[in-house]
Design a protein. Structure first.
Length: 344
């Protein structure tokens, strides 16, 4: 029996969505300790899994690795289509658990495309591999245009920059009870529409924020300027998405962002991916104030939801049990147990 667990990821936005520039996408994000996904697997003849989504990934993993089968169970799951990377983390955790149960290297970066993951954004794959703050290199525009390649017909964007998330940083996480974010065919259609009309001048402004504000802030461990930079990147990305999601932020995220931006304990606020998850940047000294601000923001918006303050995650997925040593290209760490050092 093998158990693989991984944290969620936050998606701050893309560097470029305009076909007028050489490289498309270029995702920016960070791994967080909570919430998590955890998948167990053991060798079997055929695939047995009660979770329908994980079953599809297990069947694909068995085929890719030429294995007889596996019994797979999902112990913990991320909220689906909330902007926290649930699809990629479940796919890679399932692939890794199935591979490790048979003593095989999952090679998650190489095999993620065949699972339909790591296409536009490489943040989820990089978070699974090693955690941290990640900026990926995107794709050559001539390769990834408005038409999405078939599953497996791409490579996961390379990691252009990675930094450890400082120990004293915290992320406020507010997940309202709202409709799920765009996914599947609806997401593909929206992204095509966005890319077709994206203003290249916005990409130039994002590049300036990344180079002159975001990267220096994370390199120096400065939470406040980092938060301000990711908030600005989110607003600029929202200008690209406004026609597709009903504004710079999708409802009811705009109300939550406005309320949280007024809190001195929250240094920057944004929508993770298509939402509805909202993140805020804070630190250990202001964690309680930030959590209270999140609860008050939900009350003011008149919606229910979940609020947590979580640590950044500077390690990849954790593997327990199974055969062999450290994950290599699979990107997992081996530990005796899954440390519970998430919310604070």
């Amino acid at each position: 029996m093998v158990r693989v667990s991984a944290g969620a990821r936050l998606h701050f936005g893309f560097g470029n969505l305009s076909l007028s520039h050489e490289r498309l996408y270029g995702a920016i994000g960070a791994a967080i300790e909570e919430p998590r996904v955890a998948v167990r697997a053991e060798p079997a003849d055929g695939v047995d899994c009660a979770d329908p989504t994980a079953r599809l990934y297990a069947e694909r993993a068995v085929s890719l690795l030429d294995l007889p089968g596996a019994t797979v169970s999902v112990e913990r799951a991320l909220p689906r289509h909330a902007g926290l990377g649930s699809g990629t983390q479940l796919a890679l955790a399932t692939l890794s658990a199935v591979a490790r149960a048979h003593g095989r290297d999952p090679g998650v970066r190489d095999r993620a495309p065949a699972l339909g993951r790591g296409g536009r954004s490489g943040v989820g794959v990089a978070a699974f591999e090693s955690g941290g703050f990640v900026l990926d290199a995107g794709h050559p525009t001539a390769r990834f245009t408005t038409a999405r390649p078939a599953d497996g017909d791409w490579t996961v964007p390379a990691v252009a920059a990675r930094h450890e998330i400082p120990d004293h940083w915290r992320f406020l996480l507010v997940v309202p009870d709202a409709d799920p974010g765009r996914n599947g065919d609806a997401e593909d259609a929206s992204m095509r529409a966005v890319v077709e009309r994206a203003d290249p001048a916005i990409a130039d402004r994002v590049a300036g924020v990344v180079a002159r504000r975001l990267l220096p802030a994370v390199a120096e461990g400065a939470a406040e300027p980092f938060g301000e930079a990711v908030e600005e990147i989110g607003r600029l990305n929202g200008a690209w998405y406004a026609d597709e999601q009903g504004g710079v932020y999708r409802p009811p995220v705009g109300e939550l962002v406005a309320a949280l931006a007024a809190s001195p304990a929250v240094y920057g606020v944004g929508q993770s991916s298509w939402g509805p998850a909202v993140f805020g940047v804070t630190d250990a000294d202001h964690a309680d104030e930030a959590r209270a601000a999140g609860e008050e923001a939900l009350d003011d918006a008149g919606v229910d939801g979940e609020v947590a303050v979580v640590r950044g995650r500077n390690r990849g997925a954790v593997v327990e049990g199974g055969k062999g040593g450290k994950g290599g290209k699979g990107g997992e760490d081996r530990e005796d147990r899954d440390g519970e050092n998430g919310p604070t």
